[in-house]
Write a protein that binds this ligand. Structure first.
Ligand code: FAD
Ligand code: AMP
Length: 478
């Protein structure tokens, strides 16, 4: 029986990062990956590289360029003829990026000396892992440490069974061969809004059906309100309080039934994207005597260090509690391996940034106003609109704002909430500042390049104390 220091199950962001870090630290490491992608290659990179973060961003970038060329060039004095979209070419570009990056993970495994078996892992008792390869053969390997990073898959709901033709999940929504005339999206979460935006920019009439009454409930209310306003202006028909109860596919179209406050309604779509969340991929993963337990929703039960109840077995990424984000899983993978190596690495779960890659982007880190009020924490807020940023104006990209929240007494930054151009990159600056315990005053005292979008962060920090220069301050100077 082959024996490894570390066996990692799953080669998504949680797993491949853990495997590479383990090999870097000198551990004899094996990574198992059961998936095969649409190019008949191993699913290295998991959801993120094959059917998640990267392909969705490729389509968001292509569709945004199309939108700009169609609607935003004229203001710069650029005249164009009729702009057309070649959807298969757009999808091919996305596929080429996926091929490059997933192949790259295979090369990184080689370069770092990570052994790989393309097969499904199952955790047995005694820290043994059964590996079932694609030809049906199986072997058992032994490990001192096992890292489970089996990830998640799209959730389905009974009223709208996925056929990957008319009714698709997030994976099918990356493969349309033409722009649907009418597109329904169930779920106004991050994935629903991003994929809805892709096809709306290319000309689909998009209707988003969301069961909840509140738009983006996890986002700061002021930012969520601005996002709803902006996305609606872009043509997304967002129906809140609309719960989908049924569907009927006929002649390549789907009639969707939903209920809202005024009763039952129907809409007909050419395609329907079901984006109602994701569930952990924990079936057939654990033998009954593995010593690892699941919670009632199928997540592997772990502590703050991603340790399961079984010493020597860890779980990271989408298969454990916390936000289903690639960067969260990657850092958990690093933490686990470094702790196995005897380091004291810990993760700051309070400072995991989140991003919605619509345009404008929505990004945040730390606490929002509503959370702080509920916790009874006194705070000051500084807001700076991109409409007052010279750089945003030069780029004709002025929607949105930077909002910073600082502790009323200590002035320590508690939250950064941004809707606007490059919000993801700007929020990362604040995540770094907050990790170092920065105050709003610290940011206000720093020198920012001019003209940059980052200056909006500087001005928002100044606005916390009524010192902003390029807007009229609402609060008195201190
Ligand atoms: P996964 O990426 O799901 O990888 C798990 C891997 O384990 C898979 O390859 C699977 O085949 C393999 N596996 C499962 N069971 C076994 C087994 N028994 N044996 C061997 N292998 C196994 N996150 C962001 O941070 N930013 C984004 O912009 C973003 N955009 C997204 C867009 C879309 C459309 C989707 C669907 C997701 C997006 N996400 C984004 C979420 C992100 O993809 C996930 O959070 C991330 O991939 C989770 O990483 P993971 O390693 O935990 O799991
Ligand atoms: P997220 O979990 O962020 O990906 O978002 C998924 C969204 O889908 C949530 O906001 C849910 O409220 C929404 N949702 C789930 N089921 C339904 C349904 N039957 N009809 C409409 N929206 C739904």
């Amino acid at each position: 029986m082959a024996k490894y220091d570390v066996v990692v199950i799953g080669a998504g962001p949680g797993g491949y990062v853990a495997a590479i870090r383990a090999a870097q630290l000198g551990f004899k490491t094996l990574c198992l990956e059961k998936g095969i992608n649409k190019f008949d290659k191993p699913f290295y990179g998991g959801t993120c590289l094959n059917v998640g973060c990267i392909p969705s961003k490729a389509l968001l970038d292509s569709s945004y360029k199309f939108h700009e060329a169609s609607h935003a060039f004229a203001i710069h004095g650029i005249q164009t003829g009729t702009i057309k979209i070649d959807v298969p070419a757009m999808i091919k570009r996305k596929d080429d990026i996926v091929k490059q990056l997933t192949g790259g993970i295979g090369q990184l495994f080689k370069a770092n000396g990570v052994d790989v078996i393309d097969g499904a892992g199952k955790v047995l008792s005694g820290k043994r892992v059964e590996v079932t390869k694609h030809d049906g053969s199986s072997e058992i390997v032994e490990a001192d440490h096992i890292v489970i990073a089996a990830g998640s898959v799209p959730m389905q709901i009974p009223p709208t069974p996925i056929d990957q033709d008319v009714i698709v999940d997030s994976t099918g929504a990356l493969e349309f061969t033409e722009v649907p005339k009418r597109l329904g999206v169930i779920g106004a979460g991050v994935i629903g809004l991003e994929l809805g935006s892709v096809w709306a920019r290319l000309g689909s009439q998009v209707v988003v059906l969301e069961a909840l009454e509140e738009f983006l409930p996890l986002v700061d209310r002021q930012i969520a309100k601005e996002a709803q306003k902006t996305l609606t202006k872009q043509g997304l028909d967002i129906r809140l309080g609309a719960r989908v109860t049924g569907s009927d596919v006929k002649k390549g179209q789907v009639t969707v039934t939903f209920t809202d406050s005024s009763g039952e309604k129907k809409e007909v779509f050419d395609k329907l994207i079901v984006a109602v969340g994701r569930r952990p991929q924990s079936q057939n993963l654990l033998a009954p005597d593995s010593g690892v337990s699941l919670d009632e929703r199928g997540f592997i039960f772990v502590n703050e260090y991603c340790e399961t109840e079984m010493p020597g077995i860890y779980a990271v990424g989408d298969i454990v509690r916390g936000p289903m984000l690639a960067h969260k899983g990657m850092e958990e993978g690093v933490m686990v391996i470094e702790r196995i190596a005897g380091k004291k690495t810990a993760m700051n779960y309070d400072l995991i940034p989140s991003v919605i890659y619509t345009h404008p982007e929505v990004a945040w880190v730390g606490k929002n106003e509503e959370q702080l009020k509920a916790e009874g924490v006194a705070f000051n807020v500084g807001v700076f609109p991109f409409a007052a940023s010279g750089r945003a104006l030069a780029a004709n990209d002025t929607a949105g704002m930077v909002k910073l929240i600082a502790h009323a007494e200590t002035d320590r930054l508690l939250g950064a909430h941004i809707i606007g151009p490059s919000a993801a990159e700007l929020v990362q600056q604040m995540a770094i500042a907050m990790e170092f315990g920065s105050s709003a005053e610290d940011i206000g005292l720093m020198v920012f390049s001019h003209p940059t979008l980052s200056e909006a962060v500087h001005e928002a920090a100044l606005a916390v104390h009524g010192h902003a220069i390029h807007i009229a301050n609402r609060k008195p100077r201190k």
